[in-house]
Ligand binder design. Sequence first.
Ligand SMILES: C[S@@+](CC[C@H](N)C(=O)[O-])C[C@H]1O[C@@H](n2cnc3c(N)ncnc32)[C@H](O)[C@@H]1O
Length: 386
Amino acid sequence: MSFWSKKSRIVITCAKGVSPFLKQEILSSGFPVLSDGKAEVETEGTMEDTLRLNVLTRTGQRVLFLLESFNAKTPDDLYKRISRIPWEDFIPEDSYFSVTSSVHNPTINDSRFANVKCKDAVVDRIKEKRGRRPDTGPERDRVVIHLYWRSNLCQVFVDTSGEPLSRRGYRMIPLKAPMQETLAAAIILATGWMGNGNCVNPMCGSGTLAIEAALIALGRAPGLLRSNYGFMHLKGFDEPLWKALRRKIRAEAKDKLNGRIIATDISQQAIEAAKKNAMTAGVERFIEFGVCDFSETPVPNGGGVVVLNPEYGERMGEIEKLKENYKGIGDFFKKKCNGYTGYVFTGNLDLAKKVGLRTKRRILFYNGPIECRLLEYDLYEGSMKR
Ligand SMILES: C[S@@+](CC[C@H](N)C(=O)[O-])C[C@H]1O[C@@H](n2cnc3c(N)ncnc32)[C@H](O)[C@@H]1O
């Protein structure tokens, strides 16, 4: 049996705090959930299943397919066990691979050493079998092997994603403090907005939240935007099957929205970048963009969600200036957003207090190393209390 049709464990990693949403996504794609942690969810399936998981997941970062699991105490144990894996069955002739790792083992001070041991084991095995060594390096755009080593437990995975899935490929214009695409998708999923009502996104910056919202409401798989994945570089990759899967998933998407998506920012440059990003993502005609102060953002009748990701500053001077913005968000919610559910995503809870409204839910997320909250406010008449 080819390793493409063999069942194994599949670990999908995500940013800390995102796993409840990833778990839901995996279940609704028809896969079981075997376990979940803060930054990963475990499922099972074949290598062929990883194609679907890569295309469908909005909140996952890497889809890791387990090749081998064993006990290893020292780097030499690791080398021996990894060189027993039939790499010549997975890695094609004339190919290139890289190794990434997550290592907590008492015999290893520097995880790069474990990477080198793993890489040497693979290279030596292939050289012995083929008489030629494969190329290796840090680039993650071809075959990627991932090593997980905790105490004595060692797991060797193929990273079927290659580049992290947050790199959807639509954000071409760099702006200040953009949010990762996978985090933006998790935030929209956390609001429960799926195209029911309107989605209003003042302070949209490079447009990540609005673009992810459009992809969600249209049922468009984010992975269709990308043309390169780790699995494509493995021996036995079935291109016709991949193309057929993409066609099928593309055909399932909608081409119409029920509600409106409105994205504004005070910066003309941000809106230009957001429009270009939306165009690359193929959703520009579903988002109404505008340049204005957040308080001037049009909020249509009919309700829905209003989501803001204001700056949360790092230096004291910046934080002082931002207080007015947060207070203004509270006023905007009260004056213009009646009938909506409001959301503020921030890494500074003291600033968030300036919004001055009672929060209904506080959902913990991490933006890189920064602990953040998505704060939910009920903006119905009578529910808004200082
Ligand atoms: C943290 S960034 C948002 C990043 C965004 N989530 C993304 O993924 O690119 C905050 C944005 O708020 C905008 N902004 C700041 N003050 C504003 C105001 N008074 N009215 C509207 N937008 C404002 C900034 O121009 C910036 O683009």
